[in-house]
Each structure stands twice: as structure tokens, then as C-alpha cells.
Design a protein around this ligand. Structure first.
Ligand code: SAM
Length: 218
């Protein structure tokens, strides 16, 4: 945990409940140990959605559809979400959750490996939520920049790797070293890429908020 545990507990204690269905899906996901966005990240995302008002959203990493449903609920009426997932056990659960919420028309789930799917996507998005395999973010980035509308937001979750990212490579467990170096590379790129302006926020497990530079297409 990168933020003091008592602080997180206190912030959680202030959270207001969401719709009954979102609360139920969140509880089911947590009971099944499905990694979904944390409460404090949910609030941050909701505020961003209300500021940015994205009509076209792309999510990398659906899991069981919780964050897709949350984004759909807080983005403007008529928004459309495309979400990508490759884990065949989670795909039917996500589809069922979209059906329970009556959102099958608004949320499109694309099955497959994110990098392959991203390469084949066309059009542009107002917001991209990156929440899949952390070690792959650096490979997704060129596609995310291509797919992002100028002025659009790239939100990358879990970028501080439980605090490991600030440690020396040798202080990190051997099995986490590839992710460690790729995440450092990703954060460096987010901060130095001329197409992006990025803020790294120590929220949840670390969130990077990037805006694509350039004039919005009208
Ligand atoms: N965004 C979800 C939420 O908050 O409700 C949680 C997503 S979970 C942290 C990450 C998901 O990304 C997992 O379900 C995993 O199977 C999926 N994933 C990991 N690598 C992937 C890849 N290469 N292509 C597609 N999905 C991938």
C-alpha cells in the first residue's frame, strides 16, 4: 500500500454508496478475488468523467465489467464504451453483468489480447482507461496515443506497483523485475512524450493522468 492505511480507511469511510447493482457487482467481484478499481480510484474517475464528459471511452482490462459500468453511469447520457478482455473465465461474467444492467447496447466487449485488439481499432476516443497487465502498458502506449482524441485523457491505473517502482531493481523480487523496469519506462515516457502532459497521482496503487496535446478535432 503506497498511502497510509488509516488514511485510506478514513477516505473510504466517507464514500457514498453507488447504485444497488454497481454495489452488488463490486461485492461479487471482491468475493471472487477479481481485481477491480479501488473505492478512492472510483471517486477520482467519477469526478474526471464529470469534468471531461467523454462520449467515447476505451477500456483496456474489463475483468467482470465493474469499471466499465461505473464509467458508463458517470459519463454523459449516450456515451459508448469499448472494453477489452482476454481472460475467457471473466468474459461471460462481464457480458452477464452488462446484461443485468441493460447496457449491452452501450458497452461493447472485445475479446482478445489487448495489443492485437488495439492495433486493429480505428476511430478516436475521448478517454482511455488503462487497467490491464502492468508490464504491457509500455507496449500499448503508441496505440493509446494514436487512438486518443487531442484533449483526450489517458488514465493509467496501478502505476506505482505497491511502492516497488521507487526501489532499486535489485531490491524488487526477481519475478517482479520485468514489470518494475517496464513500469519505470512507461512513467518516463508518459512524462517525456511530447504528445502528452502527465500527472502521476499517488492514489490507490498509483494513477497516471495524461492529456493528449493538440487542438480538439471539431
Ligand atoms: N478494469 C477492471 C475493473 O476495475 O472493474 C479491472 C481490470 S483487472 C485489474 C485487469 C484485467 O486485464 C484482468 O481481467 C486481465 O485478465 C486483463 N488483461 C490482462 N492482460 C490482458 C491482455 N493482454 N489483453 C486483454 N486483457 C488483459
Amino acid at each position: 500500500m503506497i498511502v497510509d492505511e488509516r488514511m485510506v480507511t478514513y477516505i473510504h469511510s466517507l464514500e457514498m454508496p453507488d447504485s444497488k447493482l454497481l454495489e452488488t457487482i463490486e461485492q461479487e467481484a471482491l468475493a471472487d478475488h477479481v481485481p477491480i478499481i479501488r473505492k478512492e480510484t472510483q471517486s477520482f474517475l467519477k469526478v474526471l468523467l464529470q469534468i471531461q464528459k467523454p462520449m467515447r471511452i476505451l477500456e483496456v482490462g474489463t475483468a467482470v465489467g465493474f469499471s466499465a459500468l461505473l464509467m458508463n453511469a458517470y459519463a454523459p447520457e449516450g456515451n459508448r464504451i469499448t472494453t477489452i478482455e482476454k481472460y475467457e473465465k471473466r468474459i461471460p461474467i462481464a457480458r452477464e453483468n452488462f446484461r443485468r444492467a441493460g447496457k449491452e447496447e452501450e458497452i461493447t466487449l472485445i475479446e482478445g489480447d489487448a495489443l492485437e485488439v488495439l492495433k486493429n481499432l480505428g476511430g478516436t476516443y475521448d478517454l482511455i482507461f488503462m487497467d490491464a497487465a502492468k508490464g504491457q502498458y509500455i507496449h500499448y502506449l503508441p496505440e493509446a496515443i494514436r487512438l486518443l482524441e487531442p484533449g483526450g485523457l489517458l488514465v493509467s491505473d496501478n502505476v506505482l506497483q505497491d511502492g516497488d517502482v521507487i526501489e532499486s531493481r535489485f531490491a524488487v523480487e526477481r519475478r517482479n523485475r520485468t514489470i518494475h523496469s517496464r513500469m519505470r519506462e512507461y512513467l518516463y515516457e508518459l512524462k517525456h512524450n511530447e504528445n502528452l502532459l502527465t500527472s502521476i497521482v499517488p492514489l490507490g496503487d498509483g494513477l497516471a493522468l495524461s492529456v493528449k496535446q493538440g487542438e480538439k478535432n471539431v
